[in-house]
Design a protein around this ligand. Sequence first.
Ligand code: SF4
Length: 436
Amino acid sequence: MTATYHVKTFGCQMNVYDSERIGELLEAEGYAPAGIDTADVVVLNTCHIRERAAEKTYSDVGRLRTRPAAPRIVVAGCVAQAEGAEIIARAPAVDVVVGPNAYHRLPALLATGGVDTEMPPEPKFDALPPRRATAGHAAFLTVQEGCDKFCTFCVVPYTRGGEVSRPAEALVAEARALVAGGAKEITLLGQNVNAYRDGEVTVAGLIRRIAALPGLARLRYTTSHPRDMADDLIAAHGEVEVLMPYLHLPVQSGSTRVLKAMNRAHTRDSYLRILDRLRAARPDIALSGDFIVGFPGETDADFAETVRIVREVGYAQAYSFKYSARPGTPAASLPGQVPEDVKDARLAELQAAIGDCALAFNRASVGTRCDVLLDRPGRRPGQLIGKSPWLQSVVVTDPAARIGDLVPVDLTDAQPNSLTGVPVTRTDPPLTRAAA
Ligand code: SF4
C-alpha cells in the first residue's frame, strides 16, 4: 500500500516553492499526494511573520489530531525554526519539526521522528531530487535565501539565517527545465532577491541569463530591498524585454524617523530617488510596496508621511499590515507600543489611500492592449482570469482560450483590484491608443 502525503502551505511565495520541493522529495521516496483529510503524512509548512500566522499552526495540529486515522504530523518552515522542540512540548501529536534549511533530511526524520532546525553547511538544494519539470505555465524559482538586514520588527534573519545565493549555473539549468516543462513565466524568489550574488553574477546578470532562454515569455523577481537596487538592475528594467514592468519594493513607512527605528538603512528620499531612476529606465513600470502601521513610537505625523508617500508614488498595488510584536525582535521591547484601536484606524486610512491609487492605475490602463497570461477560471462560464505585464488581474471571456494561454486583450473597464478585457487577434486595430 503506497503511503500518502499532503503539504499545507502558509505565508510567502518562498514557502510555496519549498512546499513544491518537499512534495518532490517525498514522491522520490515513494509517497503519493493525497488530501489533508486522508494523507498518512501531513506537512504544515509554516509562517512566523505575524502572531496570528504562528497560532494557525497549533490550531491545525489540533484538527489533525482528531482525525479518525491521525496522520504523522510534520511542522516545517519558519515556526519550526523559531520554536523547535517547544512545538512538540506544546503539541505532542507532532512527530517531526524541521526548519526551512533542513527539509532535505525529512525522509530520515520521518523514520526516527524528532527535531532538526540546523542551518546545515550542505545546501539543501544539492540534496533534493531534480526539479519536476511540470510546473505549469507559471513557476517560482528560489534563487536566494535568508537575510542580513535585521529590520527591528522582523524574524526572518533568525528563522531563515544569513543571505545565501544559489549557483547561477544550477539556476539557469532549473529555469531551462521549467521552460521545457511548459513555464511561460518564471518568478525569481528570495527574501532579498536583489542581494543575489554568485561570484561576479548579480541578480541583473542572472536575469539576463534566464531571460535569454528560448520559450520564456515573462520574468519577474520578488522580494527586493531598496538597499540592493543596483544600477545594473535598474538598467535591466529598461533593456530586458521579458523582464516584466513590475517591481515589488517594500518601504514599510513614509517617515524617515520610523525607517531609522526599523533599521531599514534608507530614508524616504533615497527610496523615492530609486523610484525616479526606475521610472526613467522603464516609464510604464508598476510599483508595489509593503507597509506597516503602528510601529512602536509612530506618531500621527509619521503616519501622515506614510499616507503621503503612497499617494506620491501612486502604487499599482500594496500590502499593508498592523505592526505585530515578534518574540526576540528588537522592536518588540521598544517603548511607545501603539494601541490596537489606533492601529486599526491607521490601517483603514492607509488601505483607502492604497485602493485609490490601485484604481487610478487600473483606470489608466483602460483603452490599451496587452498580453494576459491566463491562470485561473473566472466565476462565469467561459470566463478566465489572468495577469497583465503589470501584474494586474484581468477578467476575460473567451471560450476558445485555455489556462496557460498568453492572449492579446483590449482592456475595457477598471475596478480597484482587477480589469475587464476583450480578447482580440493580434492584427485587430487597437481600441484607442497603442498599448505598451
Ligand atoms: S529585509 Fe527586513 S523585513 Fe525583509 S526579510 Fe530582511 S529583516 Fe525581514
